[in-house]
Design a protein around this ligand. Structure first.
Ligand code: NAP
Length: 364
């Protein structure tokens, strides 16, 4: 482990919702130094401060609660396809999947790429890391390099809705086994990004009961991330996951109502203990972006609520509440969780993954 060496990083998609969160997460970071920013042709050649201005109104489109770190405002944004990598050790990407399919292989040929895009998530030789959950999937890095002839590699994070769900399931899967999972999400508008985004006329006073491709993503990814690595491939976790994903009138923070059928009966206290203790080993690493708790259980029956709880530990903690027995699924339990979609669910989660890969020597 050589965390002491400061890695030079590029942020691709820096002008977008997740990209801006990268900048906030990387400000004064002890292990990473932002050297380059990139985005589409639209922004290329502009100073970052101009690239985030709306072309017609001139309004600054900055989406984070925190102010934009001043040191990034004067950096000239590069075109993602022409990003210079000579002085870059790691690339963080926050662009749509179609664009990621083109540029991530160009970067991965030379350096590690930690992505928020779905472009490579479902490829057999690509690990989808979630900190504290599946570092054993790192065995795929060597397979990917060999298959593709890359010096670096691509590791996308999960879809933002998968993140909180898997954090809640992992300790239960380990201790009690899981037979089935049913989940309904109530997802924030920032999860749709800036472009195409969600129209205010569609979402105000409303709930939209469909998010294209989201349910399939959450189902497949949950099984992949909790799957077992075997002989250079991942065997998906054998339980079924069934989801309904909806968009609600909330800015940040995805809420999920979860029903789990356990393989072995557990009391509600057993379940709470599993959440309390499930990530002790990972948390003992003391990584710079790690929160004190990856999951937090609240006994308050009216919580979690997006407005009150999404920023717990800077949006890096999945807040769970309303744990009850369920009498429909075998050994059933049910609960509500809340996870910050642009913090742990995207940029700061990816930064934490980068730290974890350095700490474990997967990024040298
Ligand atoms: N928002 C979330 O909560 C969230 C959570 C998890 C994962 N993600 C994933 O993160 C990625 C970015 O999402 P977002 O919500 O940040 O989207 P967004 O706000 O729409 O931002 C998109 C970014 O991609 C850039 N871009 C667009 N077309 C490009 C191209 N052809 N080549 C290079 N760059 C291009 C844009 O640059 P310009 O400004 O120049 O157009 C902008 O920087 C997506 O893959 C998304 O699925 C998002």
């Amino acid at each position: 482990m050589s965390a002491a060496k400061r890695r030079r990083v590029a942020v691709v998609g820096a002008t977008g919702v997740a990209g801006q969160q990268f900048l906030v997460s990387l400000k004064n970071h002890p292990w990473f130094e932002v050297k380059r920013l990139a985005a589409s042709e639209r922004s290329a050649g502009k100073k970052f401060s101009d690239a985030i201005k709306d072309a017609s109104s001139g309004a600054t489109r900055w989406f984070c609660d925190e102010p934009c770190p001043k040191e990034f405002l004067s950096i000239t944004v590069e075109h993602a396809e022409k990003l210079i990598l000579d002085d870059i050790d790691i690339v963080f990407t926050a662009i749509e999947s179609d664009a990621a399919k083109i540029v991530e292989p160009i970067y991965a040929a030379r350096v590690p790429v930690v992505s928020t895009a779905s472009a490579f998530r479902y490829e057999k030789d690509v690990p989808v890391f979630l900190p504290g959950v599946n570092i054993d999937h790192a065995a795929l890095v060597a397979v990917q390099r060999k298959n593709r002839g890359w010096k670096g590699f691509v590791t996308p994070g999960p879809n933002c809705t998968t993140v909180g769900l898997v954090f809640s399931l992992k300790p239960l899967y380990e201790r009690f086994g899981i037979g089935s999972v049913i989940m309904t999400s109530m997802q924030a508008v920032s999860g749709a990004g800036r472009s195409p985004g969600v129209l205010s006329f569609d979402i105000l006073d409303n709930i939209v009961p469909y998010i294209p491709k989201e349910e399939e993503k959450v189902q497949t990814e949950t099984q992949k991330i909790l799957g077992k690595i075997d002989n250079g491939t991942i065997l998906s976790a054998p339980f079924n996951v069934s989801c309904t994903c909806t968009r609600v009138n909330v800015i940040d923070g995805h809420t999920e109502s979860v029903f789990v059928g356990l393989q072995n009966k557990a009391s509600l206290q057993d379940v709470k203990n599993a959440w309390r203790d499930g990530y002790a080993e990972f948390l003992s690493l003391g990584l710079p972006s790690a929160p004190p708790e990856l999951v937090h259980y609240t006994e308050e029956p009216f919580r979690p609520q997006p407005r009150l709880d999404r920023n717990m530990n800077d949006g890096m903690t999945t807040v769970i509440g309303r744990l009850r027995e369920d009498n429909v699924l075998p050994n059933g339990i049910k609960y509500v969780l809340l996870s910050h979609n642009t913090k742990m669910g995207a940029a700061k989660g990816a930064v934490l993954t980068g730290e974890y890969l350095i700490k474990t020597g997967i990024i040298e």
